[in-house]
Design a protein around this ligand. Structure first.
Ligand code: MRU
Length: 357
C-alpha cells in the first residue's frame, strides 16, 4: 500500500525557466508514472489539453495563459521588425486554435481572452513582460481562490462526515488545494477528518487514477467505488454531502461537469443529501442563460472500448456515445461555492452578485 506522504501541493504546471515552454505533470500517465514533460510548440499545447495531459477547468486556464505567453515570445522577433498589428493577429489566431482543443470548460477561453486583452492594451516594447506577469497572476489568483473556496466549503461540513466526489477537482485540476477536494484537504490540515468515496469516473477514470492518488498521498481516508455503486453507498447512510467541481456554470446555475455528475445529483436528491458545486467565479458564464447553451464535448469511442483494457471491451463495430460532460439542473444543486462565498438559489441573483464582487 502506498504510504501517505502528507503532501498536499502537487506542482502540475510551471513556466520553463527560460520561458521557452511550459512544463506539466502528464496527468494521462498517473498514478503509475510521474513524468514531467516540456511543451513547446502550438501543436503540443493543443494536444496536451485535448489528450488530458493537463486537465481540470482551472488548470487548463492556467496552462493556456502560459502557452499564450510562450507563443507570444516565439512569434515576436527581438529586432522589432514585425509590425505589432501582425504580431497581435498571430496571437489571436493561436488563441482561437487553443480554444478549439476542448469546448466545455469556460476557463480556457476566459484565460485566453484575458491574455489577449493584455496584449491588445500593451505596447510593443513591454508586451512580453506584461503577458508573463498576467499568466503568473492567473496562476497565483487560482491558488488564492482555491484556498478561499476550501474555507467556505469547510463551513458546510462536520468532522467525521462521509463525502462523495466525482471525477477530479483537486490540486492536479487546479493549483494547490483544488475546488471540490479543497475543503477535504484544508480539513486535513486543520485536523478535521472526512471519509471520502471517490467515484472511479468512467471512461477516463479521473476519480480512480487522480482523486485517490491525491487523497491517499495527503493521508485522507479515501475509498474508491465504481460509478454504479454511488446509490448503494448513499443508501447505507455513509454520505453526508456530495462535493463536485464544475467546467461551466450557466447564469441560472445549471452546471456542466464530468459526465455522470448529474446522476450523482439525482441520487443525492433522492436520499436527501446536500449536493454542492465548488468552483471559481471564472467558471460562471453569464453569457450562457441555461445549461442548454453549454457546448458539450464529444470524445473518441476508443476511450470507452479500449482505453485501460488489455483487450478491447467491445467489438470495434459497436456504436458508442461518449460525451465528456453533462449538465446538472439547478434545482438539484443545494449551493454553489465560489471564492466569494456560498451562492444559494435563486442562482440568477446569487451568481450575478458573486461575479460582480
Ligand atoms: O475531462 P476533465 O478531466 O478535464 O474533467 C474535469 C472535471 O469535470 C472537473 O470536475 C472540473 O474541470 C473542475 S476541476 C476543478
Amino acid at each position: 500500500m502506498m504510504e501517505p506522504r502528507e503532501n498536499i501541493y502537487i506542482e502540475n504546471i510551471k513556466l520553463e525557466s527560460g520561458g521557452e515552454g511550459v512544463v506539466i505533470l502528464d496527468q494521462s500517465l498517473l498514478p503509475t508514472e510521474t513524468k514531467h514533460i516540456l511543451i513547446k510548440t502550438p501543436e503540443e499545447m493543443h494536444e496536451a489539453i485535448k489528450y488530458l495531459r493537463v486537465r481540470g477547468a482551472p488548470a487548463i486556464g492556467i496552462f493556456a495563459a502560459y502557452c499564450m505567453y510562450v507563443r507570444a515570445k516565439q512569434a515576436k522577433p527581438t529586432d522589432g521588425t514585425l509590425p505589432y498589428e501582425v504580431f497581435l493577429r498571430e496571437l489571436r489566431d493561436f488563441g482561437t486554435y487553443l480554444k478549439g482543443s476542448r469546448p466545455t470548460a469556460v476557463n480556457l477561453s476566459w484565460a485566453v481572452n484575458r491574455m489577449l486583452a493584455v496584449a491588445e492594451e500593451a505596447v510593443d516594447a513591454t508586451c512580453l513582460s506584461s503577458l508573463k506577469r498576467e499568466a503568473a497572476s492567473i496562476h497565483e489568483e487560482d491558488m488564492a481562490m482555491c484556498k478561499s473556496i476550501s474555507q467556505h466549503g469547510l463551513e458546510l461540513l462536520k468532522d467525521g462526515d462521509g463525502i462523495l466526489t466525482h471525477c477530479n477537482a483537486g490540486p492536479l485540476a487546479t493549483s494547490k488545494y483544488g475546488t471540490a477536494l479543497g475543503p477535504i484537504l484544508l480539513g486535513k490540515e486543520r485536523g478535521v477528518k472526512f471519509k471520502v468515496f471517490a467515484d472511479e469516473t468512467r471512461p477516463l477514470l479521473q476519480g480512480a487514477r487522480l482523486t485517490t492518488y491525491e487523497l491517499q498521498r495527503a493521508g485522507v481516508d479515501v475509498t474508491l467505488i465504481c460509478d454504479n455503486m454511488a446509490s448503494a453507498v448513499m443508501k447505507a447512510g455513509w454520505v453526508q454531502a456530495c462535493l463536485v467541481g464544475c467546467d461551466r456554470i450557466a447564469a441560472n446555475g445549471d452546471t456542466a461537469n464530468k459526465i455522470g455528475t448529474s446522476g450523482v445529483a439525482v441520487l443525492a436528491k433522492h436520499y436527501g443529501i446536500p449536493f454542492y458545486v465548488l468552483g471559481p467565479t471564472s467558471t460562471i458564464d453569464l453569457s450562457c442563460p441555461t445549461g442548454k447553451e453549454i457546448p458539450i464535448e464529444l470524445r473518441s469511442q476508443q476511450e470507452i472500448k479500449e482505453k485501460f483494457y488489455e483487450k478491447p471491451s467491445a467489438l470495434p463495430e459497436v456504436k458508442c456515445y461518449n460525451p465528456s460532460f453533462d449538465v446538472t439542473d439547478n434545482e438539484l444543486i443545494t449551493a454553489i461555492i465560489t471564492e466569494h462565498g456560498i451562492c444559494r438559489p435563486p442562482f440568477e441573483v446569487s451568481l450575478r452578485e458573486a461575479k460582480e464582487e
